[in-house]
Design a binder for this molecule. Structure first.
Ligand SMILES: *Cc1c(COP(=O)(O)O)cnc(C)c1O
Length: 225
């Protein structure tokens, strides 16, 4: 079941890479396992998946403990609360959802020195009003400059969660805008576009995604308690 779903998604990613002239293998699948069990994660792992994304810190730490023997790269993609930065800096390789200098500084200060720099993306609120998370596009350049100075984090790129759209062309627009804005920064260290979820992964790949964050299409619908 999970094998079939995983292989279908990987095939879709490969097809989109070809269709939109992206380098083969240039798009990483991040399996979004929030609300799913350690057993679900273990099954995806057995099927070959290695990168997993979580949105809630406590829930993630519990699963990380249960899955300690697995060679998993953990990504945090949820809203970052200041009182969770130490746990995030200690237990994750990536945080995609940094949206303030304050959070970036705390992550840098709290990153254990034995670990390599924490990979971060700045979350950009690209379709405005509806979402509460993320910086405005016009803050991107300034925040990139400030975050680049911090020693224990590595600024890799941007993350976006646009307003859901059914129409493929409409799905592409916000990603296109953000990709262009990053290109205009002329910063070769920015190599990551965390774009795309189950409903818009092809549009995201068409517009430069290097990481797609897929939950529902891989694990099925989420049930919230
Ligand atoms: C839950 C979540 C996803 C996965 O969404 P699906 O539609 O289930 O694929 C991706 N990104 C973020 C930031 C999320 O919170």
């Amino acid at each position: 079941m999970i094998n079939t779903r995983l292989n279908n998604i990987l095939a879709q990613i490969r097809q989109a890479e070809t269709a939109y002239k992206r380098m083969p293998g240039s798009v990483l699948l991040l399996a979004v396992s929030k609300t799913k069990t350690s057993k679900d994660i273990a099954a995806a792992y057995q099927a070959g998946q290695r990168h997993f994304g979580e949105s809630y810190c406590q829930e993630a730490l519990k699963k990380q403990q249960e899955l300690g023997a697995f060679d998993i790269t953990w990504h945090f993609i949820g809203p970052v609360q200041s009182n969770k930065t130490k746990a995030l800096a200690t237990h994750f390789s990536w945080v995609h959802s940094v949206d303030s200098l304050k959070v970036a500084k705390r992550l840098s200060d709290q990153r254990p020195s034995a670990l390599p720099p924490l990979n971060i993306c700045l979350q950009v609120n690209i379709s405005g009003e509806l979402s509460k998370s993320g910086i405005a596009l016009n803050e991107l350049q300034h925040l990139c400059g400030q975050v680049a100075e911090l020693p224990n984090i590595k600024l890799r790129g941007v993350m976006a969660v646009p307003m859901p759209e059914r129409n493929f062309e409409l799905q592409r627009l916000p990603y296109k805008t953000l990709y262009q804005a990053v290109a205009e920064l002329h910063n070769p260290g920015l190599d990551t576009y965390s774009f795309g979820m189950s409903g818009d992964l092809c549009a995201a790949i068409a517009e430069g995604a290097t990481i797609v964050r897929i939950g529902t299409a891989l694990f099925g619908e989420r049930e919230y308690a």
